[in-house]
Design a protein around this ligand. Structure first.
Ligand SMILES: Nc1ncnc2c1ncn2[C@@H]1O[C@H](COP(=O)(O)OP(=O)(O)OP(=O)(O)O)[C@@H](O)[C@H]1O
Ligand SMILES: [Mg+2]
Length: 433
């Protein structure tokens, strides 16, 4: 696993080491240049200080061994008069001025001069100067090198401190109850960590809303399922207690209706759960005209039995992107409502138009309609008009989920659903894509 701390430590130390290396090299070069100047001057001085005659005194008066300086003296005839280090690997040649001589034992700095009647040559190995420059560089840099481990420890500690807020956030999340979705405190957080915590808080907030919705849904669903199931239980008891065939068949019919209601409720709950906003299905190109004809054809027998004239008033080609089955559920619920709440002898007109290049589906009926003050609430789950005071008005079985499903599916398809008054007096539902 990649650790920010380890990476920072590694790279910072590597950069510092590189810096120390470069500084060392520069100091070394500088010191070498100065050492060259100094030693060259020294060679010149020694040569100038040599007595012209007699050269035999040189032996005793000059101690040339200290800086590794090799002294050679020839007379005018080219005869070697003196050689301080006969074993030095220097070629016997006398070049005046400064020169550098390569030998198999390293490079030598050579200075030749005429002193009196003699030619004097002083030579010094360059390694002496290199060593001196290296020593200078090392002496300058060793405190830094000694401090390097200390720097490492400091970096480790400082980075650890810098990452402490992250550990705090992790700790706070770790010890959380799974349902505790309140936001994490983002005060006293460093600039770099705050966006992460803000994003997390945003997610927590959305999760809290989703969780609340789910909880309410499950609670409502359980509550609503209890009613038809209790009815079924009572109806089953009535069947068992029936004394004669007539009573039994009547009770059986009631039981059947009860089971149908409970089944419908279960189906609607399932449709609503499927229409969860995050359950977006693969988007297909849907032919609305064909889909509406399908839905109307499927409801035609039921409408006929209910004595309602269901038909498509007008239709033109229109296409939307979305989930065919979800849209089928949407239209089925609207057509179901229209045929269900319209009394026998009434009519339901389905119409598909395209306005401003938007497909618009309207479903108009001649039923009782929905009073304007109720038009918002009917989209709530389990809400049914007249379930309170004027129950008699729509004494039709239903779970109160249809329009909630419709709204959710419409939302998924970026469509709006509005309720209005139909010309025939009933409800006008308009779905605009
Ligand atoms: N076309 C309509 N005419 C009159 N009232 C309607 C119409 N459509 C819906 N309503 C009213 O709105 C309420 C909510 O409708 P919704 O479709 O959500 O539930 P439901 O029809 O009662 O039950 P479900 O459709 O789940 O079986 C209904 O109870 C009914 O009172
Ligand atoms: Mg309905």
């Amino acid at each position: 696993m990649r650790s920010i701390r380890r990476q920072l430590l590694f790279w910072l130390l590597a950069i510092v080491l590189l810096g120390v290396g470069i500084a060392g090299w520069l100091i070394y070069r500088q010191a070498l240049a100065e050492a060259n100047e100094l030693f060259d001057y020294q060679l010149q001085e020694i040569a100038a200080a040599l007595p012209a005659e007699p050269f035999s005194q040189i032996l005793s008066s000059r101690d040339t061994g200290d800086e590794g300086i090799v002294l050679q003296i020839w007379n005018r005839n080219g005869m070697l008069m003196y050689y301080s280090h006969p074993r030095a690997p220097l070629a016997p040649r006398a070049e005046l001025g400064f020169s550098t001589e390569r030998t198999d034992r390293g490079d030598w700095r050579v200075y030749g001069a005429i002193v009196g009647d003699n030619v004097v040559q002083l030579a010094q190995p360059l390694s002496v100067r290199n060593r001196l420059a290296a020593n200078v560089a090392l002496r300058t840099l060793w405190p830094l090198i000694v401090l390097l481990p200390l720097l490492g420890v400091a970096v480790w500690g400082v980075v650890g401190r810098g990452l402490a807020p992250l550990r705090r956030v992790t700790g706070a999340l770790d010890t959380r109850h799974p349902e505790a979705l309140d936001p994490l405190p983002d005060a006293r957080l460093p600039l770099e960590v705050r966006p992460l915590v803000r994003a997390l808080n945003g997610l927590l907030e959305r999760l809290a809303v989703a969780l609340d919705t789910q909880k309410a849904f499950v609670a409502d669903a359980a509550h609503e399922l209890r009613t038809p199931l209790a009815a079924v239980q009572i109806q089953a008891q009535l069947v068992a207690r029936a004394h004669d065939d007539a009573a039994r068949s009547e009770a059986l019919a009631d039981l059947q209706a009860g089971v149908t209601r409970a089944t419908r409720l279960a189906e609607q709950l399932l449709a609503l759960a499927r229409a969860e906003p995050d359950g977006r299905e693969a988007a297909n190109e849907i032919d609305l005209d064909t889909l509406l004809h399908d839905c109307v054809a499927a409801y035609a027998p039921l409408a006929q039995r209910r004595g309602v004239d269901l038909g498509i008033e007008a239709s033109e080609p229109a296409f939307v992107r979305g989930d065919t089955e979800a849209l089928r559920v949407l239209f089925n619920n609207l057509i179901d409502n229209a045929t269900k709440y319209t009394p026998g002898g009434g009519r339901v007109d389905v119409c598909l138009r395209v306005a401003d290049s938007r497909p618009v589906v309207t479903i108009a009926d001649s039923g009782p309609g929905i009073p304007p003050e109720e038009r918002d609430r009917v989209f709530d789950r389990f809400y049914r008009v007249g379930s309170g005071a004027n129950r008699a008005r729509t004494d039709v079985a239903g779970s109160g989920l249809g329009l909630a499903i419709v709204r959710r599916i419409a939302l998924q398809h970026d469509a709006t659903v509005t309720l209005g008054d139909a010309r025939a007096g009933g409800l006008l539902v308009t779905v605009t894509f």
